[in-house]
Structures are given as structure tokens and as C-alpha cells.
Design a protein around this ligand. Structure first.
Ligand code: ADP
Ligand code: G3P
Length: 505
């Protein structure tokens, strides 16, 4: 199918991308556009869903025109997305009732505490998740409780909810004129509303969160034809046939098809997933159990996941809030002006701490400061924070699974930072390996869509197309590696119990 391509839409936290791949899995064309990060108050993070949908259309047009490809040459479309970010909209008007509440947002801390009644693991045996602000259910409840008239409209059947895959798919397939209201099992597994065994909504949990079942999208596999592009759109009648939460998509794109294979994505946040096959492995060390992917009628494949809220977004904060750099890549030049962190440790608990701590009342801390510390040391501490948090997750992953990783496959925007990648290998004591196509998130969604429509035959195509770009090998001894990590662990304790009970946002 030389003249045919697959288009992937990657609706991420920082930006939306459209990437066109050829049959060998190589990138033919890219469109990318950042959207506004909205911070109404401390701990609150929102996106404008209409801006995001407008940007998705703009980047699809950019990718098509960039390669002089027309829609007839697109065999299939795959969608991958920032997970847990939640939209509620009116299905008759297509208008959101509120901004999208982003996965980093912590406004639902009180709702989460009330739901758990002191038991953070109340739903964990069914949904694989601890009660935390990270997940969709409490965000939907917050909107119904706090947006004037929303609960009445929801109970009348006028409002629907969705993660960003569902919002994009609904608009692509017609919106108010017959848009498809669907999500896939990986995104549903991030809502705290889907039972991991039945792969269906759990009505009891939805009732606890006072969410009408009529709001919830239909749950489908990660690879099947959900619908076709609307006739008035840029991809008329093109099958949309792959949906995966972005971290699951990256796992698929990295060809992690066997139990024990893992990848770590360095994006706005960091997300390490370990394939556990058809086994649902509960975590005892602060990790999540989630659906990794489900290809059509095949059995669901599960994963253990370590989610870290703030990694690349700490670099954005250095750029946008402190104005210490003018672009993300500049952080590497600044870090290179010094040999080490000068004793400074930056724990970016901006959204509380996710894995392995799950402390929503933690807040960020920069510690170990003396007059010796300069901008270079802080830039290095910013990068090191990503590596230390990743080591904490890997240690939890190995304890839960009994798997000792021989190497770690990496991807995402931060992997362009060679200083960080070397420090990461130093901290883990294993090789860190980056593939040629670092856009593995979009690649995974493209493969799911391509497999569902016969453009590709199956996982073997993914394996055959995977190629190593660069490998970093540890260069420091265990003593030095562990000294730095001990200081990090001490720094983490300085972020605990920061938000007082009675002043939670
Ligand atoms: N050279 C770099 N060094 C450090 N961080 C970087 C670099 N390039 C990009 N980033 C960070 O990576 C993130 C973007 O990565 P990406 O995978 O596109 O994220 P997402 O999928 O979450 O939108 C941003 O938070 C940005 O600050
Ligand atoms: O947008 P990303 O790539 O940072 O991914 C965000 C995750 O899906 C949050 O769970």
C-alpha cells in the first residue's frame, strides 16, 4: 500500500500533534500546536476543549498539506491522548459546560477524601487505582456539583462526559450530527469507573460519585473501526480505528508485547508501564494496575504503571513562570554550566506526589540551598528530579513484578536531552535506549488503527519496524549513585503534609 498512509492524532497535555506514518512506520509529516495551560488558582489546571478541537483540526490540515497528501491516501486514523483529563458537554449543542479539568488538577482532593472515608484503596481491587485527584470520576462529580444547572441537565440525559479521545472522536465523526460517543478500554481504565475484569462500567462506583450512567461513553477495544470522519471534515469517510491512552500507545509503539517488557515516557509527566500479559497484577508498592491494550476481540493485556505528575512540565515552569530559560532545550545548556547539582534538590510536587507516594497534600520544594547554588545548579536539579522520580518508580515496579529490567526503553519530548538520559542511566544502573522514532505515542495509535483496518498485519510489523537510535550506559559507581538518591529521598520528605486540611483548594 505504498501510496497509502496512516494518520495519528496525539492530543497531549502540552500540545496536539497530527503525525502521518508510511508503511515502514517512518514519519512522513507532522503538524503540532500548543494550547493554553489555564491555572485559575493554585492546584487547578484546565484546558479549553474548543481550543483543543480547533488545534486538532489545524494540525491535521498542517500534516496533510505538509506532505501534499489528500484524505483518500489516509487508510486509517488513530487517536491517542492525554489521559484522565475530563470534559462534560451538552450532546445537543456540542458545547462543553466547563473547561476540561486536566489530569494534574488537584481541586477534587476533598471529594476524594470523602469518597474514601479514610480508605484510599476503597475501589482498588475493582479498578486498579488508589483514590486520588488524578482520575476522571471525581472530576465529573466536581463539575456536576459546581457548575450551575449541570446536575439537572445530566440527570435529564442532556450531558455526556469523556476523556480527550472521546471529545475528539465525537467531533470528528459528526458532533451534534451523529457524533460517536465512545472510548477505549485503556482510557476507561483511568476513570476509576471501569471494572478491570468485566471491562465495563461499575454502576455502584458511578452511584457513589453521583454520576448518571447515561453520561458515560460506550467502551470499545483499542483497535476496531469506531466510525468514519464526518463528510464536512478534512477526513471524510476515513475510518477512525485506533484509540489508546497516550502512555499505553507508547508502550504499543515501543513493541512491549511480552510480559516483563517496559518503557518510560518523558513528557509533561513521566509514565513507566510494564506489560503483565493477561494477568491483572495488584500493586503493593504504590503503582497502578491498568489496561495496556486490547486488540479487537483478543484478550485484554494489562500493565503495572508508575505515573509521575511533574517532569517535563517542571522545565516549562522554569521557562514560563521563572523565565530562567526561553525554550525547553535551553535547560540542557544551563545545566551544562556546572558539574553537579551543588547540593540542590528540586521535588516538583506541584500536583501533590503521584507514584509511589500518592500524597495529594504534598507541594513542591527546592532544598539544600546555599550561596554556592546558582542558576546552573537549579537547572541540573530540575533535570535530576525526573531521573530520581523514575528510579523510585522502577524500584516499585521491580518489587511488585519480580522483574529485573536489563534495560529501559524511553521516549517522549525530554529524551532529546542527552544530559538527562545519561544521568538517568547513571541513576538506574541499567542502559537507557531511545528508538529512531521517538514519537512512539503517535506510532502506537497509528499501529492500532492500521492493524484494525489491515494496513498492517499485527504486532510483528511493530517489532520489525522498531530500531534503536541511541543507548546510554551507566558511568557512575553504585556508591555515588546511592549517595545522590539518599539526598533525594530526604528532600521528598520536605514536601509532605503541606496543604492544611481546612485550606485545601
Ligand atoms: N530538551 C529538553 N529538555 C528537557 N525537557 C524538554 C526538552 N524538550 C522538551 N522538553 C519537555 O518535554 C515536554 C514535551 O514532551 P512531549 O512528549 O511532547 O509532552 P506531552 O506528550 O506531554 O505533550 C515539555 O514539558 C517540555 O518542557
Ligand atoms: O500528555 P502526556 O504525554 O504528558 O501524558 C499525560 C498522561 O496521559 C497522564 O496520565
Amino acid at each position: 500500500m505504498a501510496d497509502k498512509y496512516v494518520l495519528a492524532i496525539d492530543q497531549g497535555t502540552t500540545s496536539s500533534r497530527a503525525i502521518i506514518f508510511d508503511h515502514s512506520g517512518k514519519i512522513v509529516s507532522v503538524g503540532q500546536k500548543e494550547h493554553e495551560q489555564i491555572f485559575p488558582r493554585a492546584g487547578w489546571v484546565e484546558h479549553n476543549p474548543v481550543e483543543v478541537w480547533d488545534n486538532v483540526r489545524a494540525v491535521v490540515a498542517e500534516a496533510l498539506s505538509g506532505a501534499s497528501i489528500n484524505h483518500q491516501q489516509i487508510a486509517a486514523v488513530g487517536i491517542t491522548n492525554q489521559r484522565e483529563t475530563t470534559v462534560v458537554w451538552d450532546k445537543k449543542t456540542g458545547e462543553p459546560v466547563y473547561n476540561a479539568i486536566v489530569w494534574q488538577d488537584t481541586r477534587t482532593a476533598k471529594i476524594v477524601d470523602e469518597l474514601g472515608g479514610g480508605d484510599q484503596d476503597k475501589y482498588k481491587d475493582r479498578v486498579g487505582l488508589p483514590l486520588a485527584t488524578y482520575f476522571c470520576g471525581p472530576k465529573v462529580k466536581w463539575i456536576l456539583d459546581n457548575v450551575e444547572g449541570a446536575r439537572e441537565r445530566a440527570e435529564a440525559g442532556d450531558l455526556v462526559m469523556g476523556t480527550m479521545d472521546t471529545w475528539v472522536l465525537w467531533n470528528m465523526t459528526g458532533g451534534v450530527d451523529g457524533g460517536v460517543h465512545v472510548t477505549d478500554v485503556t482510557n476507561a481504565s483511568r476513570t476509576m469507573l471501569m471494572d478491570l475484569k468485566t471491562l465495563d462500567w461499575d454502576a455502584d462506583i458511578a452511584a457513589d460519585m453521583t454520576i448518571p450512567m447515561s453520561m458515560l461513553p460506550e467502551i470499545k477495544s483499542s483497535a476496531e473501526v469506531y466510525g468514519v470522519g464526518r463528510s464536512s471534515g478534512m477526513l471524510p469517510d476515513v475510518p477512525i480505528a485506533g484509540i489508546l491512552g497516550d502512555q499505553q500507545a507508547a508502550t504499543f509503539g515501543q513493541a512491549c508485547f511480552e510480559p516483563g517488557m517496559a518503557k518510560n515516557t518523558y513528557g509533561t509527566g513521566n509514565f513507566m508501564l510494564l506489560n503483565t500479559g493477561e494477568e491483572i497484577v495488584p500493586s503493593k508498592n504504590g503503582l497502578l494496575t491498568t489496561v495496556c491494550y486490547k486488540i479487537g476481540d483478543k484478550p485484554a493485556i494489562y500493565a503495572l504503571e508508575g505515573s509521575i505528575a511533574v517532569t517535563g512540565s517542571l522545565v516549562q515552569w522554569l521557562r514560563d513562570n521563572l523565565k530562567m530559560i526561553s525554550s525547553a532545550p535551553e535547560v540542557e545548556e544551563l545545566a551544562a554550566t556546572v558539574e553537579d547539582n551543588g547540593g540542590a534538590y528540586f521535588v516538583p510536587a506541584f500536583s501533590g506526589l503521584f507514584a509511589p507516594y500518592w500524597k495529594s497534600d504534598a507541594r513542591g520544594a527546592l532544598v539544600g540551598l546555599t550561596r554556592y547554588v546558582n542558576r546552573g545548579h537549579i537547572a541540573r536539579a530540575v533535570l535530576e528530579a525526573t531521573a530520581y522520580q523514575t528510579r523510585e518508580v522502577l524500584e516499585a515496579m521491580e518489587a511488585d513484578s519480580g522483574v529485573k529490567l536489563a534495560e529501559l526503553k524511553v521516549d517522549g519530548g525530554m529524551t532529546a536531552n542527552e544530559t538527562l538520559m545519561q544521568f538517568q542511566a547513571d541513576q538506574l544502573g541499567v542502559d537507557v535506549v531511545r528508538p529512531v522514532v521517538a514519537e512512539t505515542t503517535a506510532l502506537g495509535a497509528a499501529y492500532a488503527a492500521g492493524i484494525a483496518t489491515g494496513y498492517w498485519q499485527g504486532e510483528q510489523d511493530v517489532i520489525d519496524n522498531w530500531a534503536e537510535d541511541k543507548r546510554w550506559t551507566p558511568k557512575v559507581d553504585e556508591t555515588e549513585r546511592d549517595r545522590l538518591f539518599r539526598n533525594w529521598k530526604k528532600a521528598v520528605t520536605r514536601t509532605f503534609d503541606w496543604v492544611d486540611e481546612d485550606v485545601k483548594e
